[in-house]
Design a protein. Structure first.
Length: 221
């Protein structure tokens, strides 16, 4: 409850990890956050899908390596069957294959288990708001992967992209969050979000990870 007595809107979260020693303490700690309600704790991907089908869920905090159904397949199924539910990956694995597979399956965030509680909470909130959050190590690996792979044809940007939108895309490609972009361009964070929304719509960019790829392919980062 806030100081003014107003009820804080709850972010409904499912925590998925096959290890009870990780899953249960993580669920308990997140549950202490004022605006987070942990509605279920799942030991594998099938339990995630069951939990999402049985309750209103905003975000799933997803481990990757789980029995029965792993986190990649569970994320893919959620993207297809429950697109309104965001997925943030929390895993010990930060290899290129895992990162690209998770983002390709529809994950909106990717954190390693070195992330602190505040980092996790921030990623959950961002994912629920339609934004992407990548761990710095993950972002660096993603940038390195894109830079070392040959780009497919057709990666140029649409002609109606404005100079400001190109600037914003370039800064996204450098790994800057919205606040840092706003500071660098001397505009408000709300204006940055407007530019990003327009840019994504014009260029058919799916998410922030896709924006990083497009920025590098276009020579902007």
């Amino acid at each position: 409850m806030s100081e003014q007595g107003e009820k804080v809107q709850q972010l409904r979260v499912v925590v998925a990890d096959d290890q009870a020693a990780v899953r249960e303490p993580l669920a308990a700690v997140l549950g202490l956050t004022e605006d987070i309600e942990v509605v279920a704790a799942a030991a594998d991907g099938t339990e995630v899908l069951t939990a999402v089908s049985g309750a209103a869920v905003d975000v799933v905090l997803m481990d990757l390596r789980m029995p029965v159904m792993d986190g990649i397949e569970a994320t893919r199924r959620l993207s297809e069957e429950h697109p309104e539910v965001a997925v943030v990956v929390l895993t010990t694995f930060a290899d290129d294959e895992s990162i690209l597979a998770a983002l390709g399956a529809g994950a909106r965030g990717y954190l390693t288990k070195n992330a602190g509680r505040q980092d996790i909470v921030r990623a959950l909130r961002a994912a629920a708001a339609g934004q992407s959050v990548l761990d710095r190590e993950v972002q660096d690996r993603l940038l390195a992967t894109v830079r070392t792979k040959p780009q497919a044809s057709g990666t140029s940007l649409p002609q109606d992209i404005t100079p400001r939108e190109r600037e914003v895309l370039g800064l996204i490609g450098q790994g800057l969050p919205n606040r840092a972009i706003a500071e660098q361009l001397f505009i408000s964070e709300a204006t940055v979000k407007t530019h990003i929304n327009n840019l994504f719509a014009k260029a058919g960019i799916r998410d922030r990870a896709d924006a990083v790829r497009r920025a590098i392919a276009a020579g902007l980062a």
